[in-house]
Design a protein around this ligand. Structure first.
Ligand SMILES: C[S@@+](CC[C@H](N)C(=O)[O-])C[C@H]1O[C@@H](n2cnc3c(N)ncnc32)[C@H](O)[C@@H]1O
Length: 213
């Protein structure tokens, strides 16, 4: 199954400038990135085998210090090439070029993956697609399996409107992507059977930490 806008959000054309671009935390879309990465590091300490969805240039997987294996998944070959080079000294990282929605259909969890991480990628899926992805992840993970997501999110519709008033220059960007609505996405994750905690890093960057019950 392919996501609807996978070609639009394939980062091939902007791969070369990506790591410079994300350092500009004066941009509200980038603000919180580095603290969120530190949070990922603290939350993955007990993990063994992970999948990094929308790994991009590998910044998230780079935070993970103790692991047996990481599967880094992205649709963009150019982003994956940068990640491969950045992580060349890290043992046991496998790179997979695939759509986030396709990945779980082709990958059986006899590998014993216990943690799924993803930063700033799931907002490229529509709300319906996010919920399909959450179902796939829930069915894939064992009991006590973890999800650790960081992404661009609004608390709810009211918060979205507040952000649009606060950052009028960004309204087009907001409307062009599918930022999470935490109230909706949380409901879905909890209905599936994840126990969830939410953490805020900036106006737009939030973290979701969940354990499958
Ligand atoms: C904003 S970057 C985030 C990269 C990295 N996780 C980080 O935090 O720096 C989003 C990444 O998701 C990838 N992507 C977007 N839509 C995708 C999809 N449907 N399937 C797989 N990868 C996708 C892009 O190619 C890009 O590398």
């Amino acid at each position: 199954m392919k996501s609807k806008f996978v070609q639009k959000f394939n980062h091939d054309p902007i791969a070369n400038g990506y790591d410079t671009n994300i350092q500009n935390e004066n941009n509200p879309i980038r603000n919180g990135y580095s603290n969120l990465m530190k949070w990922i590091k603290s939350k993955t300490k007990q993990s063994n085998i992970l999948v990094d969805l929308g790994c991009g240039t590998g910044n998230t997987s780079k935070q993970i210090t103790s692991y047996k294996k990481i599967y880094c998944v992205d649709i963009s070959q150019n982003m994956l090439n940068i990640a491969k080079n950045k992580l060349k000294n890290n043992n046991n990282i496998v790179f997979v070029q695939n759509d986030l929605l396709d990945f779980f259909d082709n990958f059986k969890n006899n590998k014993k993956v216990d943690t799924i991480i993803s930063t700033y990628a799931i907002h490229h899926l529509t709300q319906d697609e996010k919920h399909i992805l959450f179902e796939k992840i829930f069915n894939f993970l064992p009991k006590n399996g973890k999800i650790i997501f960081g992404d661009l999110m609004f608390k709810n519709k009211k918060h979205e409107n507040k952000m649009k008033n606060k950052y009028p220059d960004l309204v087009e960007d907001f409307d062009n992507e599918f930022y999470w609505h935490i109230d909706n996405e949380l409901k879905k994750l909890e209905l599936l059977g994840f126990k969830i905690k939410v953490k805020r890093f900036s106006d737009l960057s939030w973290g979701i930490y969940g354990i499958k019950q």
